[in-house]
Ligand binder design. Structure first.
Ligand code: GUN
Ligand code: FE
Length: 451
């Protein structure tokens, strides 16, 4: 299969590459096998042949191809809570709204209904890879993994582990650490069985909710299970003042140090938030090859602090974006780019550089549009150790087709006014669900807008 058109990607952080009128070949395994530029002599011949054989998809002038978006942190069961219940701090929100909602996923029919709707919505928003928290329930968590597989979304799905009776309500907690660990082991096996093993589209991920909700025995057991199974790990890390202080009081250490001690800080462990990490924590995270899911919108509500993004990136720590639905009230990772941009600008503070350093914020905190898009694509892919997020031979064809002139679009294609760099910026800053015309995962069309 061939696709012909103009593509944007950010193969390195902060570097936009415009692939102006190229041919991209996708093989049977869903990987990009070659990219042919329009100044190569064979371009015309290949295009004509692909067209003749009915194997060519050609983009219109107002359409552009971008890598699919990677959501490193999303709570699937919180989808019905999107856009509400953000009036209280994290520790109240969990007990008052979120644990009671998540407890409802004991009902498998309810779970299927919500999860099917969520995965459809994410694909329509261009999220080709999602790293999910599900709930503590085996059947509902398996259903989420099956739905991702069936709808063709690349996913890591985590059955949530949380067993501390002091922090988790009776209606919503694992009965004890040993049971939670053995259920997690069974969950991993069952997902690997139906999805096709360790390199499958859908994979299990070991998911201790966060340190406060887990006993030492559970954290220890899950660390051992990660080593035993080679499964990735995800959790929340240093998210809010309350959460950080809780961990400090219990262990006299930071979240990062505690996770490391329990064997949970591993290659591609996804740490959501990490707003209050110290420089030493960042070194530990970097050394482990772990990754941070930056959730800038949710942080406005629960962290009341801005993640030190530039500090993490300057240390070459893996970072990508998370929507953190429903702590974040948008499922769109393009929205995530905008929130990351504005959070970084807010952290930088004053316009006068002398003020920025002294009074208003942290100098050199801002990021650019190409940085934000890299976080949303190649950065997320690197975090997970997957060949996704850019258009290069050997990478998976996970992609979205954005149409500036789509019905319902806020944007318009103004080729006499806008260069291709301008078009890229406009997409990152303004494109929305209406602009996403098609979504491909692993070479397969998984969403097409009705027009
Ligand atoms: N910490 C523990 N659980 C959660 C959750 O569901 N959302 C967020 N944002 N933080 C958490
Ligand atoms: Fe979260």
């Amino acid at each position: 299969k061939w696709i012909c058109g103009t593509a944007f990607h950010t193969p390195q952080r902060g570097v936009l590459e415009v692939l102006d009128e190229v041919l991209i070949a996708v093989d049977e395994t869903g990987s990009i096998s070659q990219i042919v530029r329009n100044n190569e002599p064979r371009f015309g011949e290949i295009k004509a042949a692909a067209d003749r054989e009915g194997r060519l998809t050609e983009l219109a002038d107002s359409q552009f191809l971008l890598p699919g978006l990677v959501d490193l942190h999303i709570h699937a069961p919180q989808w019905p809570q999107l856009g509400k219940a953000l009036d209280v701090p994290l520790e109240v929100w969990l007990q008052k709204y979120t644990f009671p909602l998540e407890a409802k996923y004991a009902d498998i029919d309810f779970a299927r209904e919500v999860y099917g709707d969520l995965v459809d919505a994410l694909l329509a928003n261009g999220t080709t890879t999602a790293v999910y928290f599900a709930t503590i329930h085996m059947e509902a968590s398996l259903a989420l993994a099956e739905i991702c597989q069936q709808k063709g979304q690349r996913a890591f799905v985590g059955k949530v582990a949380m067993d501390d009776p002091d922090q988790c309500p009776e209606i919503y907690r694992d009965s004890d650490a040993a049971t939670a660990v053995s259920e997690m082991r069974a969950f991993i096996q069952r997902v690997r069985e139906f999805s096709g093993g360790a390199n499958a589209l859908v994979q299990p991920i070991i998911t201790p909710r966060f340190i406060p909700s887990c006993t030492d025995a559970l954290l220890q057991g899950l660390g051992e299970l990660a080593a035993e199974t080679g499964c990735l790990v995800q959790t929340h890390c240093s998210e809010s003042d309350w959460e950080r202080d809780f961990v400090e009081a219990r262990f006299g250490k930071t979240d990062t140090e505690v996770l490391r001690g329990f064997g949970l800080l591993r290659q591609s462990t996804v740490l959501a938030h990490s707003n209050f990490v110290s420089d030493e924590d960042l070194s530990l995270i970097g050394k482990a090859g772990a990754a941070i899911a930056h959730c800038p919108l949710s942080n406005v509500y629960f962290a009341r602090a801005v993640f030190p993004l530039r500090a993490a990136l300057d240390r070459n720590v893996h970072v990508g974006l998370g929507s953190d639905v429903s702590g974040g009230h948008s499922p769109s990772i393009l929205d995530g780019c905008r929130h990351a941009l504005s959070a970084a600008r807010a952290r930088e503070g004053g316009v006068d550089p002398s003020l920025a350093a002294a009074e208003r914020g942290v100098a050199n905190s801002a990021i650019g549009v190409a940085d934000a898009f890299w976080l949303a694509t190649a950065g997320g892919g690197e975090a997970l150790g997957l060949p996704i997020g850019k258009f290069e031979p050997g990478y998976k064809f996970d992609a979205i087709l954005i149409d500036l002139d789509a019905p319902g679009s806020n944007l318009r294609h103004w080729p006499t006014l806008d260069g291709l760099d301008d078009v890229f910026q406009k997409i990152v800053l303004n494109a929305n669900r209406a602009n996403v015309m098609r979504t491909w995962v692993n070479g397969k069309l998984v969403y097409a807008a009705q027009v």
